[in-house]
Design a protein around this ligand. Structure first.
Ligand SMILES: CC(=O)SCCNC(=O)CCNC(=O)[C@H](O)C(C)(C)COP(=O)(O)OP(=O)(O)OC[C@H]1O[C@@H](n2cnc3c(N)ncnc32)[C@H](O)[C@@H]1OP(=O)(O)O
Ligand SMILES: CC(=O)CC(=O)O
Length: 279
């Protein structure tokens, strides 16, 4: 039997959170195209402060407008209880808390230390009526601190797992990760979290994202975050390029013999549409 691997589509959220003035109707159309392409986990938006990320201010409207395909899970970022309540009212199928392995990035992105972030996330995980994903940003490099030690990532991963996160996504936020350091980071994290509970989240600033995915596959990971059209970036990670393109990840996974359930032609159409949303 063919082994499965999954593309976790983050284009509508990570892809568009850095793009000014994308119309709500276009965000909805993009999510619908991704559903039609066969993606079964789509991160639609973020219930965050509109002062921090104004691009996601229409989160509830986007959630209300999308066509929900049976079997597909539509999720959102929720940094605190307020975000969780709004997300659940909007009918999300899953949520995500997002921390970091770098103190400076944690402060810049969510305005608190790593330890304080656990205190904020704990009630979100406890109260959530849907599965909670835990992101860790800066798993190899931080835009403010440089290289991050694998052990720092493993410590955060262990805390998120113990808290009750269903899955932990390892984010190379800056997109400067190289296979050797990604492999060392994974070796440390796998001491704390089994591969079946991990996802790889690679930006592609340095052009090594696909190699980093290969290394992750060899370590047993089978879920990879990607953004259609290679859109993306974080407002608090200056210099970071987009997420690895979903189209490129699909090509890699198919070449490696994995079944994904994604229709490449429809994904390409969604990619062309997504690229047209860039300013
Ligand atoms: C690597 C990545 O790509 S991660 C994703 C990109 N980054 C992000 O989305 C970061 C988003 N960050 C944030 O939204 C903020 O840092 C927060 C909400 C997490 C924390 O900010 P803080 O200022 O510490 O929170 P605090 O509770 O004091 O609230 C600040 C303001 O935001 C509002 N707010 C807080 N949480 C939310 C929320 N979930 N939804 C909407 N508004 C919110 C508050 O009402 C307050 O508004 P006011 O200034 O008008 O009174
Ligand atoms: C939450 C994320 O988007 C993860 C990252 O890029 O660090």
């Amino acid at each position: 039997m063919t082994e499965r691997a999954e593309i976790f589509e983050v284009g509508p959220r990570d892809g568009l959170q850095n793009e000014a003035a994308v119309a709500t109707a276009d965000k909805i159309a993009l999510v619908d195209m991704l559903s039609d392409a066969g993606l079964r986990r789509i991160e639609v938006t973020s219930f965050v402060s509109p002062k921090w990320v104004p691009q996601m201010a229409d989160a509830a409207e986007v959630m209300a407008g999308i066509r929900r395909v049976p079997g597909a899970v539509y999720s959102a970022l929720t940094p605190n209880l307020r975000g969780l309540e709004a997300a659940e009212a909007a009918g999300v199928g899953a949520v995500a808390v997002f921390g970091a392995a770098s103190e400076s990035f944690s402060q810049k992105n969510i305005n608190c230390s790593i330890e304080e972030s656990f205190e904020r996330f704990q009630p979100v995980v406890a109260a959530a009526g849907v599965p909670v994903r835990g992101y860790i940003s800066c798993v190899t490099d931080c835009p403010y601190e440089g290289e991050i030690a694998p052990e720092a990532v493993a410590r955060v991963a262990a805390r998120l797992l113990a808290m009750g996160c269903a899955e932990i996504s390892l984010g190379d936020t800056l997109g400067r990760g190289v296979p050797e350091r990604v492999d060392a980071m994974l070796e440390a994290v796998l001491e704390e979290v089994p591969a079946a509970r991990l996802a790889g989240h690679f930006h592609d600033t340095g052009g090594r994202a696909l190699e980093n995915i290969r290394v992750s596959l060899a370590r047993g990971l089978r879920v990879f975050d990607a953004a259609v059209g290679g859109l993306g970036g974080c407002p608090y990670a200056p210099g970071a390029a987009g997420n690895v393109a979903s189209e490129a990840v699909l090509e890699l996974l198919e070449a490696e013999g994995f079944e994904t359930g994604v229709d490449g032609a429809r994904l390409s159409e969604a990619g062309a549409f997504a690229k047209g949303l860039r300013r």
